[in-house]
Design a protein around this ligand. Sequence first.
Ligand code: SAH
Ligand code: MG
Length: 217
Amino acid sequence: MDIVSPDLEAYAAMNTRDVEPIFEELRKETYAKCHNPDMQVGKVEGTFLRLLVSISAARRVLEIGTFTGYSALMMASALPEDGVLITLEHDEKHARVAQRYFDKIDFGKKIKMVHGEAQKTIEGIEGPIDMAFIDADKTSYDHYYEKVMNILRPGGVIAFDNMLWKGEVLDPKGEDAKAIDALNRKLARDLRVDNALLTIRDGVMLVVKKRSTNARP
Ligand code: SAH
Ligand code: MG
């Protein structure tokens, strides 16, 4: 099930500012050569992530799940000169495509890719980070969340992708749908953060780490 109808997705894309040509090039190559190309966040969600970096004035961003690099490039494009985006990926084929695109454009130089299983490589990431985008294996999201919370600065932002899982969260049957549903419920009640579950594309959960745990009920 599409969360947003294809017509409205197209309308939203049309009325979102044009992006640099490298994004269209990467979209085309991904759709021509990769399995499950729709894992790519695309123009509207990608631009939303870029705006989040800019609104939060993030300097250090962590991404979990690079794929071919679309969302990493989007977020890196909004970083200041000395900003860094660290992105974790275990699939060498995906990583090769991504690195080739990071090397093509100036803001790609701000991206540091870390190869390997994210459950392991995340242990080596140094805080503080200002923002995280979690978009890898769904059953590990909760694990990633807790790891990210340890290094996220107070006031920092986390965006989780695919949190409506094509609508399957309404009647979760598979392992992924069940894991996502459980995490949505946990985050809505987690007093360490404020949150909103947004119906962007396949669902984006936005979380802000509170500056003090008794700031709000
Ligand atoms: N953010 C990307 C899409 C990510 S798709 C974009 O917008 O283009 C999810 C990615 O996570 C895939 O490339 C997959 O290989 C990677 N991945 C899945 N499980 C992983 C794990 N345990 N460790 C590291 N990467 C993982
Ligand atoms: Mg995704």
